[in-house]
Design a protein around this ligand. Structure first.
Ligand SMILES: [Zn+2]
Length: 313
């Protein structure tokens, strides 16, 4: 059994004005900390300086909730039934398998146009391919968790217990590396929503929250954007609320999102932003492994124009 100790929604902040909710709350949190952060403290995401929402008809953010991940709480009624925290007509938007060119930036643009937000569960490897895209996700104020290193299905019997832990830990370390050393939230989603019991227990010992979903958009199976919208709205209208599983990796999802968000707004749904009380504590050996893997980690980052200058032609 998993231990869900000390779980609480500290504050369950109801920042109702979307303009106010749109800014990252981490700055306020660090300001409220009783002690200055020691040198070993995990890096805190810098508060992005965001312009107020320019779209008067935006979907916005209805509520921000802070999650205490002590003991590894599980969210999403497809697998975890204990924590029924969403009110009627509330949704959480979640996006898996990024970061990916074109599609992730498209999703980011749509979310920005609607002044709303989601939780991103990037794959570790993808994060090392496209760290700049993942940095944009964080800079836009979205919540970033992790979705393993290589999207291995952790119930696969061929994997040893150590290999399963490696997938989880290296995934978080890769995301942290891609974010320039900023630790993501201790939010994790199992690939294919396959939950091996011993890894559920392990995540509990690591104080990492697990995210299943309430409704799966099945966007990875969709033939077109319209199908993503239809499947999602049909399920949502039946349930009345829920954590929605989507993939910023997929083209159809990126294409569907503008209309889907319009439909959410028209249907009276409100987006809930989930943030973690503290960032994940990555394990040093995995952070080092990522650094070793990264190609030319000490290469100069000077722009071409400062290195190569035409002096004659
Ligand atoms: Zn996935």
């Amino acid at each position: 059994m998993r231990v869900v100790a000390g779980l609480m929604f500290a504050g369950a902040l109801s920042l109702l004005a979307s303009g106010a909710a749109w800014s990252q709350t981490s700055a306020a949190k660090s300001a409220a900390a009783p002690q200055p952060a020691p040198a070993a403290a995990p890096a805190v995401a810098p508060a992005p300086t965001k312009a107020p929402c320019a779209n008067p008809n935006a979907l916005g953010i209805g509520r921000v909730v802070e999650i205490d991940t002590t003991g590894g709480p599980g969210f999403g009624f497809e697998h975890f039934k204990q924590l029924d925290f969403l009110r009627d007509k509330e949704v959480v938007l979640t996006f898996d398998d990024g970061p990916w060119p074109l599609n992730t930036p498209s999703v980011l643009k749509t979310l920005a146009d609607e002044c709303t937000t989601g939780i991103f569960f990037p794959i570790g490897k993808h994060s090392t391919y496209y760290p700049e895209i993942l940095k944009q996700v964080l800079a836009a104020g979205h919540t970033v968790g992790s979705h393993t290193w290589s999207h291995a299905i952790l119930t696969n019997k061929k994997l040893t217990e150590d290999q399963r832990k490696d997938e989880i830990e290296k995934g978080f370390s890769a995301v942290k590396w891609a974010l320039g050393g900023v630790s993501p939230s201790p939010f994790f989603r199992f690939p294919a929503l396959q939950h091996p019991p011993e890894m559920v227990t392990y995540l509990g010992t690591r104080n990492i929250a697990m995210f299943s979903c309430d409704l799966d958009s099945f966007d990875f199976k969709a033939r077109n954007a319209q199908q993503v919208i239809d499947v999602t709205m049909k399920k949502l209208d039946k349930l009345g609320k829920g954590i929605i599983l989507m993939h910023d990796f997929h083209k159809h999802t990126a294409e569907a999102l503008p209309e889907l968000l319009h439909r959410l707004k028209a249907g009276g749904y409100k987006v809930v932003k989930m943030v973690s009380k503290v960032p994940v504590q990555t394990l040093p050996q995995y952070d080092e492994e990522i650094l070793k893997d990264a190609k030319l980690p000490t290469v100069s980052e000077r722009p071409v124009s400062s290195v190569v200058q035409t002096i004659s032609e």
